[in-house]
Design a protein around this ligand. Structure first.
Ligand code: LLP
Length: 443
């Protein structure tokens, strides 16, 4: 397993993260456990901020909280000077609970409900990323009623298709998101947006996909958005002070994944902006980006305890852990590959090839096919790396399995940031109609 950030094997032969021995973390918090290397998250945040500062452009780095939205993460993002992208009332509520500065919150989504818009207007968030005409109309009506001025970006699809898994490509024309540049929808939306008295159109937003390893897609998106900005200037005499180029910067999950350095992605974008936006307006636009996965993905490790082991001679050895698709649905959903190691015997040589199964009641609940490990025993600790993004945030209670706890680790200290769910949590919202209560049935 590749050791990201502060992960290392200590003298006891245990995996250590943030100076904390994972065997001790298991004693203290139990398993499954999400462990977040706080130092690595902060390092990533600073890499983005530093790379943009070096460009000389005005900028905002908005952490896409969908990757991992909990109050402690919002607090960290605030400390690092990041902005925040939210896509639901739940993510907005999380940010507000963390006391995140509302003027640095951007609200995304292709189907914001009236209640969500109301909540965001109440909070006076910094910007709405408007996705469609129904939203534009609703936002104007609601802002008008309150006599409130609201900043907006319009989400456009520049027609760029990133090299990525098809379920997470969003930049192409055939997408549920945004206004298409190619078919004229974007130009029409701008014409309408600038006429809305309570909406201030700051600019355009484009997001071309996720887990992208090359700069070409971003460069192409910048070029297309700039060409469109030029067209808008000449046809409508509208200029954009802001351009948001979304997220999608890749990370290393598995051998063979070849992400670039944060500074390389940022430089490609800022150089592209300097090249293609020159002369469109008096000033170059302020650049916003929205990294999610690359901010937190590599910083997360999930710790499991090995339970049942089923060996089918000549076929396969199934090693079951106390979590699975409920805490990490990505292998089942996207066929994602993960690396793992025995955290309690981290310096032992590999001896056998096994497959890691989850505990949910379906055959598709497999975390890793064909993993080389030392001779595994029930009770061993398995660490799966790179689980910081889209794991906790996509976790479910399938089979009424309780969601794990989350701890932040740094400098030899661990802090619980999300408690493990209890069985009481599982039935918290359940209601038995009175006509089904035991008393009624028995009488
Ligand atoms: N901005 C927008 C508008 C987005 O739709 C997304 C991701 C991001 C930013 C952040 O992208 P990132 O930097 O994290 O790649 N559940 C999938 C990923 C879905 C991504 C959705 N949008 C997965 O587990 O791979």
């Amino acid at each position: 397993m590749y050791l990201h950030g502060t992960s290392k094997v200590n003298e006891s032969g245990h995996l250590e993260i943030g100076g904390c021995d994972t065997v001790q973390l298991k004693e203290e918090y139990g398993t499954p456990l999400y462990i977040v290397d706080e130092t690595l998250v902060r390092k990533r945040a600073r890499e983005y901020m530093d790379a943009f500062r070096a460009s000389g452009l005005k900028f905002q780095v908005a952490y896409a909280s969908k990757a991992f939205s909990v109050t402690a993460m919002c607090a960290l993002a605030e400390q690092e000077g990041l902005s925040l992208d939210v896509v639901s009332d739940g993510e907005l509520y999380t940010a507000l609970q963390a006391g995140f500065p509302t003027e640095r919150i951007h609200f995304h989504g292709n189907n914001k409900t009236p209640n969500e818009i109301e909540m965001a207007l109440d909070a006076r968030i910094g910007c709405f990323v408007v996705d469609n005409l129904i939203e534009l109309q609703m936002l104007q009506a609601m802002a008008g009623e309150r006599n409130q001025q609201v900043n907006i970006l319009l989400r456009v699809t520049p027609g760029v298709e990133a090299h990525t898994h098809e379920y997470i490509s969003t930049g192409q024309t055939d997408s549920k998101f945004g206004f298409d540049i190619g078919n004229g929808a974007a130009l029409e939306a701008i014409e309408r947006a600038v006429k809305q008295p309570n909406l201030k159109l700051l600019g355009l937003h484009s997001h071309i996909g996720s887990q992208i390893f090359e700069v070409e897609g971003f460069q192409m998106a910048v070029e297309r958005v700039a060409a469109f900005a030029k067209e808008v200037k000449s046809k409508l005499n509208v200029v954009f002070p802001v351009v948001n180029l979304g997220g999608g910067f890749g990370i290393r999950y598995f051998e063979g994944d070849t992400p670039l350095q944060v500074s390389q992605y940022v430089k490609a974008i800022t150089d592209g902006v300097k090249l293609h936006f020159a002369g469109i307006a008096e000033e170059l636009p302020e650049i916003w980006v929205e990294p999610g996965r690359s901010m937190v993905g590599e910083a997360g490790t999930t710790l499991y305890t090995v339970g049942a082991i089923k060996n089918i001679p000549g076929v396969r050895k199934y090693v079951s852990v106390d979590g699975g698709m409920t805490d990490n649905p990505r292998p089942a959903l996207y066929d994602s590959k993960y690396e793992a190691m025995l955290a309690n015997r981290a310096n032992e040589a590999t001896e056998e090839t096994v497959s890691i199964a989850g505990k949910a009641c379906e055959s598709g609940d497999m975390l890793i096919w064909d993993l080389d490990l030392p001779q595994v025993e029930s009770g061993d600790l398995l660490a799966v790396s790179c689980t910081g993004a889209y794991n906790y945030s996509m976790a479910s209670n399938y089979n009424r399995i309780r969601r794990p706890a989350v701890v932040f680790v740094q400098n030899g200290e661990s802090d619980l940031v999300v408690r493990r769910e209890s069985n009481e949590d599982i039935v918290r919202n359940d209601i038995i109609p009175a006509r089904m209560s035991k008393q009624t049935i028995n009488s």
